[in-house]
Write a protein that binds this ligand. Structure first.
Ligand SMILES: Cc1ncc(COP(=O)(O)O)c(C=O)c1O
Length: 388
């Protein structure tokens, strides 16, 4: 009998992988399942991005390996984007590294900085890969409470000094998955200076910086007034430009952190396909109108979900960005709620516990679902809830 490594035995199953198998099983029984659990943009990228991919792929010179740092043109385009968008100047040669999607970067930057006995400071609640990467590195998790009464900011003052002494990284993510909360540049200043003081790498995972509602704007952690060596930010094309399947992102900031990340990655992957980088360059020039129109569609869906919550035993704060509505189950257990919604209404929601211990009692809805599908799913939830 094959035995997995101790590292793997320490790893709980990835929620979206498990639920995906369950849904495929239901689909094989001819059941239509509505997937409101996953943040998978339903609309296509800008057409110029697809044209750019096709043009680049038809160039016979574009099919070989790239440098482990990706193409210089892609790194330069990322630098230009951060300059234009945030007024942040980055050296494209040493302060920018392309990723095969930010999830890959999340796990590999953890492997690059944490060993057994080290601690990662991880928001409770947050995207599961921060904790999963920490477990793969055989390091320890210290959950940092996000205070719902303080806009889901991390409660850094609650971290004990002995934990801070062993902590190597602090993860943050705003606009936040799963709560949709935002923070300001003053918050980034405070958090980055805290990290610098305690010799901790601040990792700002920022895939929702372009998914904003009600005219909100999102700053970057790299605008903070602390030493850049302590800050790295992840940018993702998945949600900014509806390119989730393309697997393209970038790490930006701390040269030291990027060198360490590259040292791991150069043993694992061999960079991306040139046409994907070229399409990414085109995506970065997407007009603001395109983003505004896409976000207006998400916002309408958000409002539809918000209006239905009182009819299905849930309540939520209005999210300012991200792809999610984070709703409290007012009566009973959230896991049982999710289970019953899937079995009886055929609507898949994400259980809050998948985002950390503080998520118990909540469920997460995604707005990345086509309008008619969403309307059908919400109707199904209302009639299921009324029959309970
Ligand atoms: C907060 C957060 N970080 C990272 C990711 C992964 O994004 P990518 O597609 O770039 O790997 C997600 C995906 O849902 C996310 O919600």
């Amino acid at each position: 009998m094959l035995q997995p490594s101790a590292r793997l035995k320490n790893l709980p199953p990835y929620f979206f992988s498990v639920i995906g198998d369950r849904i495929r099983q239901m689909q094989s029984e001819k059941i239509k399942v509505y997937r409101l659990d996953i943040g998978n943009p339903d609309m296509p990228p800008p057409s110029a991005v697809i044209e750019s991919l096709a043009t680049s792929a038809s160039n016979p010179k574009n099919h070989g390996y790239n440098s482990y740092r990706g193409t210089p043109a892609f790194r330069r385009a990322m630098a230009k984007h951060y300059q234009r968008r945030f007024g942040v100047a980055l050296d494209p040669d040493v302060e920018i590294l392309p990723l095969l999607g930010s999830k890959e970067g999340i796990v590999n930057i953890t492997l690059a900085h944490l060993s057994k006995g080290d601690i990662a400071l991880i928001p409770d609640i947050g995207y599961p890969a921060y904790a999963m990467g920490t477990r793969l590195a055989e390091a320890e998790i210290h959950w940092v409470r996000l205070d719902p009464t303080d806009g889901y900011r991390p409660m850094l003052d609650e971290i004990p000094m002995d934990i801070l002494n062993r902590a190597k990284v602090l993860w943050i993510n705003y606009p936040n998955n799963p709560t949709g909360a935002m923070i300001t540049l003053e918050d980034y200043n405070r958090i980055a200076n805290f990290c610098q003081k305690h010799n901790i790498l601040l990792i700002s995972d920022n895939p929702y910086m372009d998914v904003l509602f009600d005219g909100a704007t999102a700053p970057s952690a790299l605008q903070a007034d602390a030493d850049r060596n302590y800050i790295v930010e992840f940018f993702s094309f998945s949600k900014s430009y509806n390119m989730a399947g393309w697997r393209l992102g970038a790490a930006l900031g701390s040269k030291g952190a990027i060198d360490n990340l590259l040292a791991v990655k150069s043993n694992i992957d061999s960079a991306h396909f040139t046409p994907i980088y070229d399409a990414g360059i085109t995506a970065l020039d997407t007009p603001q109108d395109w983003l505004d129109e896409r976000n207006a569609i998400y916002q309408q869906r958000r409002d539809k979900i918000m209006s239905i919550l009182p009819k299905i035993g849930l309540s939520a704060d209005i999210p300012m960005g991200s792809l999610y509505v984070w709703a409290k189950v007012l009566d009973g257990d959230a896991t049982a709620y999710v289970e019953s919604a899937l079995t009886n209404a055929h609507v898949s929601l994400a259980p809050g516990g998948a985002y950390g211990p503080g998520g118990e009692g909540y469920v997460r809805f995604s707005v990345g679902v086509e309008d008619n599908e969403l309307a059908e799913a919400l109707d199904a939830l209302v009639s299921w809830y009324n029959k309970r």
